[in-house]
Design a protein around this ligand. Structure first.
Ligand SMILES: *[C@@H]1O[C@H](CO)[C@@H](O)[C@H](O)[C@H]1NC(C)=O
Ligand SMILES: *[C@@H]1O[C@H](CO)[C@@H](O)[C@H](O)[C@H]1NC(C)=O
Ligand SMILES: *[C@@H]1O[C@H](CO)[C@@H](O)[C@H](O)[C@H]1NC(C)=O
Ligand SMILES: *[C@@H]1O[C@H](CO)[C@@H](O)[C@H](O)[C@H]1NC(C)=O
Ligand SMILES: *[C@@H]1O[C@H](CO)[C@@H](O)[C@H](O)[C@H]1NC(C)=O
Length: 180
């Protein structure tokens, strides 16, 4: 096959197919777990449960699985999302119609105590809402809508989504240019 034909026809087709495979593979998803922050004894995570931590019929959100991180740093959701070997489905939920992705953080004196990521029915538009209690504890709830195939929006930033979109647009332009 002439190289020119390959570059002008098959390569773009293949690139597009690769891109679409990622974009269309799944329905929109949200992260879905509770990061416990600094838990004194990491080994005892096996004995922790949402019930034992917050009990039933409580306003405090808690979502299994419970997660701790090395050095108690906030979860790197991008690494989690990109790590296919880690059975990542258990950290994700399907964002059903009408649902939003929510990231719910407890913050005390600027330090993040714990974070719950979830799919939820919420009666508010996308954005972050912060409330400060008299104890000094702050609660921040960020609501967003995920896109199919992209990293769930209730991660740490919107940047990765924007990057993926820009990457896609760049590819589309590249293909257009090749076929001109
Ligand atoms: C979990 O709980 C069991 C029973 O209460 C106890 O024997 C065990 O040592 C605990 N494990 C850890 C890692 O704390
Ligand atoms: C998160 O931290 C707040 C404040 O310390 C606490 O009330 C709440 O129970 C914690 N949530 C979980 C799931 O442990
Ligand atoms: C955790 O802390 C140790 C020492 O305090 C450091 O050597 C290591 O790089 C840290 N790991 C991460 C993931 O930050
Ligand atoms: C992916 O997850 C597995 C299982 O938790 C872990 O052993 C591995 O180091 C992770 N890979 C990366 C690149 O983080
Ligand atoms: C949801 O929002 C609408 C309009 O903002 C309001 O009228 C309604 O009372 C809210 N419902 C709940 C359960 O908060």
């Amino acid at each position: 096959m002439p190289l020119k034909l390959f570059i002008r026809f098959w390569l773009p087709l293949w690139l597009l197919q690769q891109q679409f495979r990622c974009l269309l593979a799944q329905s929109p998803q949200c992260f879905h777990f509770t990061w416990l922050g600094s838990l004194e004894n990491h080994a005892s995570i096996a004995n922790e449960s949402c019930e034992s931590r917050v009990g039933d019929f409580n306003e405090i959100p808690c979502v299994s699985p419970l997660v701790v991180t090395p050095n108690d740093t906030v979860p790197d959701v991008e690494v989690l999302w990109n790590n296919m070997t880690e059975n990542r489905e258990q950290y994700l939920c399907q964002m059903a119609p009408g649902y939003s992705c929510v990231k719910y953080s407890y913050i005390f004196k600027g330090g993040i105590q714990n974070i719950t990521y979830m799919c939820a029915l919420v009666n508010s538009s996308n954005g972050c809402y912060k409330q400060t209690y008299s104890t000094g504890m702050q609660v921040e709830a960020c609501v967003c809508t995920s896109k199919i195939g992209l990293i769930p929006c209730n991660g740490c930033s919107d940047r990765s989504q924007v990057n993926q979109l820009i990457g896609f647009l760049g590819l589309a332009l590249f293909v257009f240019w090749l076929n001109k």
